[in-house]
Each structure stands twice: as C-alpha cells, then as structure tokens.
Write a protein that binds this ligand. Structure first.
Ligand code: 17E
Ligand code: FE2
Length: 411
C-alpha cells in the first residue's frame, strides 16, 4: 500500500509513505508507484492515530438511568452509578462499550485505555470488557484498568476484588484515594495498588485528587512511590484537579517531584470543568489540572474524554480535538506554537502514558497505524475540529470518510 502526498508533522513539503506487511516501509519525497493500492492524501495532515488515554467504557450510554445527575457533582455520579451497576449484565456492558468503540473508530482513535469498576462482587463489567478487548483487537488496542470506584479500603473486600480483577487480566491497577473514607485509607489504598502492580507486573493509573479540596495531596504520594520504585513511566495520575486549588509554593515543590518521578498526568477537561467547582459560589474554580504549567515543567501530560453520556457527564462524542479545544481554552494555552503543540495531548503524550511508544508513530519499521485528517496542519485541525478522512490499521483501511460538501451562495 502507498499513501502519497501526505503532510507530516514537523516536516516541510509532501511525503509518500509505502507500507509492506502491515508496517511502514519507507517515508520519502521521491515518487513511488502502486497503482492497485494507493491513497492520495492530497496534502492533508497524516499522523499516528489518536489515543484515548482515559475513558470509562463500562458506564457509557447510561446517563439518565435511573435518573440524570442534576447536581453535576462527582458524588451524585458515583451514587447513580452504584444504582445502575446493580443491573449490568455481560451483554449490556458489551453492547454499550462496542457502541462507544465504533464512535472512537469514527474519530480516528486506535488506542484506548478504559477504567473498569471492580467494586462489584461479580466483576461483571471487567469480564465483559475482557471479551470486548479480544473481539476488537484487530481494529483497536484496548487497555483495561482495574478501577475500584467505591474504594479499595472503604468498599467491602475492595482489595480482594481488585486483585481478582488483576488476575483475570486487567492491564493496569487503579485506586481512588480522595474518595476513601479517610486520608489513612487513601494512603493504604495506594500502597495496595502499587503492591499489586509490582506483584503482577502491571501499569498503574490512579484516579487522583479529583476533588476541589486543596488539602487532597495524594498525587505527591503517588509520585514519591513511583520514584522510589523507579516505575514512573508506568504510572499515570488521572484528573489531579485539586492541583488547581493548591497554593503556588506547594505546586512548585510538587512539580519537582513529578519531574523526578517521571510519571504521566492525564487531564479530562470537559468532564472536570463540568464536575468541579460545584461547591463554589463566585468566583468558580475551573477545576482543571495545571496542564500548561505541567508541560512547561517537562511533565508528560495528555487529555481525555473520560465519559460518554454516563452518570458523570451527559454529553461526549469522544472527539479528541474537542478535548484539546476545551483544554487550551480553560488552561490559556493559546500562543501560536502552543496551539500547534497541543496536538501532542491526544497523540504522542497519550501514547507515552499508555506505554506504547515503541509501536506508535510515523516511523520506518513501526506498524502502519495512520490517520489522514481533513486539515493542512495541526492548527487548522484544532480550529476546525476537522474530521478524519482515513484510518489505516496495520496497512488496512478501517475508516473512510468523504469530506462534507456544502452548497452556499457566493458573496
Ligand atoms: N468515576 C470517577 O471517579 N470519576 C469520573 N470522572 C468518572 C467516573 C467519569
Ligand atoms: Fe475517570
């Protein structure tokens, strides 16, 4: 297969990419010919696929069941989900998750990390998503995080269920320290998560400090543990919204540790702008972590959708550029180069968080996983929320879209 006339990130001019045996064989400006299997990118931006580093596939499309989250708080979301999850079945989870995955494919996503609630004595959602993972593996890489939504120490047998989930095949271990009954439980829960990750050689992704409490300091503990165990590149902290409310000297000190530890931060802009600040009057905090400053401090940061129509968030189409858009507005990352670089938030930086960089990127020898976007460059793509025209997976087209045609009176 040949993709000709591609515009590549950080490169001038038009490029041709030849693909052999599902891998990128050559990237060149010389003319190449393949009459049978050739896509003309026609000068459109051609990149590695989008990465969705944080979504809850077990809860997608359950908004309104049993009723809508009217307060808009994380806490009402968790209560509603506790009700809804009593009714989940394997088929219920699989059908909804696959609907979300179809949406993700249509957006040009090929790599996904999903959290799966393990505070369920039957672990139904996890069993269902392990099946989905296997069924969709040719079109999407799905990582599963064993996520104890109602706590490791605060939920009955939370620790045992978490370990069981890891044994069943979860790729990463989670925790939710800010939601545990006490600070002490929070620390204990982090110890448990790290212990399991080490015992079973898994990644770590902690729902960390998703609260507006400036005293919620679990991120420092996560980073210190990762540093001590030298596993920073395998560790992510998601949400970290309390950081928005930390005082600057504390944040400054924390950044040094985050950098030393080399952990990843995953922000969920639309979700947390919606969920946070709900106990404020005015001024209302934005409740989004300090993405701009984290990036400036050299800390790997990415952005994610988190929810699609679930008890926490009523909207969501998993368009990665919408998350970028919301992030660069809320975090004031609107310098020209900052806008261009923000494309990394849903591509390279997210791939790093998922620990998949060896197989990710438009480079000779890597798997031919490629998207062609209806835009000339990153700036245009972000400004227009441009759709993906092609998604190519190991050299095979898995998505093809005709650009929209509009007839309009000329002026
Ligand atoms: N669970 C949680 O603790 N936080 C969230 N933002 C979602 C689920 C979506
Ligand atoms: Fe989340």
């Amino acid at each position: 297969m040949l993709i000709k006339n591609s515009r590549l990130r950080r490169k001038e001019g038009l490029w041709n990419i030849s693909i052999k045996n599902g891998k990128i064989h050559k990237i060149t400006q010389e003319a190449l010919f393949d009459d049978n299997d050739c896509i003309d990118a026609a000068g459109h931006l051609t990149t590695a696929p989008y990465v969705e580093p944080h979504i809850h596939l077990d809860a997608v499309f359950t908004a309104g069941e049993p009723h809508w989250n009217e307060s808009g708080t994380l806490f009402e979301g968790i209560e509603l989900w506790a009700e809804r999850k009593k009714q989940i079945t394997i088929d219920d989870v699989k059908n909804r998750a696959k609907k979300a995955i179809r949406l993700q494919i249509s957006q040009g996503i090929q790599f996904v990390r999903s959290h799966v609630d393990t505070t369920d004595p039957q672990l139904t959602a996890l069993k269902a998503l392990l099946e989905v993972k296997e069924e969709v593996k040719d079109i999407i890489n799905l990582q599963l995080v064993a996520f104890p939504q109602e706590g490791i120490c605060s939920y009955p047998d939370g620790d045992k269920l978490l370990e069981e989930a890891v044994k069943l095949g979860a790729d990463a271990v989670g925790a939710i320290p800010h939601y545990e009954f006490t600070r002490e439980y929070g620390i204990k829960s982090l110890n448990k998560a790290f212990e399991l990750a080490q015992k079973y050689d898994r990644l770590i992704d902690i729902h960390c400090d998703e609260i507006d409490d400036p005293q919620s300091h679990f991120l420092g503990t996560v980073a210190a543990m990762a540093y001590k165990l030298e596993m920073g590149d395998k560790v992510s902290a998601s949400h970290t919204t309390a950081m928005h409310s930390y005082n600057n000297p504390y944040a400054y000190k924390l950044f040094r540790l985050l950098h030393l530890a080399g952990i990843n931060i995953i922000s969920c802009p639309t979700e947390n702008i919606h969920l946070q600040g709900r106990f404020d009057t005015f001024p209302k905090r934005r409740g989004i972590t300090r993405v701009k400053e984290l990036l400036e401090a050299g800390i790997n940061t990415s952005v994610a959708q988190d929810s699609i129509m679930d008890p926490w968030y009523p909207l969501g189409t998993d368009n990665p550029l919408r998350e970028v858009d919301m992030c660069i507005h809320a975090c004031q990352m609107m310098g020209y180069q900052e806008i261009i670089n923000s494309f990394d938030l849903v591509t390279d930086n997210a791939a790093k968080a998922l620990h998949i960089t060896n197989d990710y990127g438009i480079d000779k020898g890597k798997p031919a996983n490629i998207i062609i976007i209806d835009a000339d460059n990153e700036f245009d793509a972000i400004r227009n929320l441009s759709p993906v025209l092609y998604s190519i997976r190991r050299g095979k087209v898995i998505l093809e879209r005709e650009p929209q045609k509009v007839k309009m009176k000329q002026i």
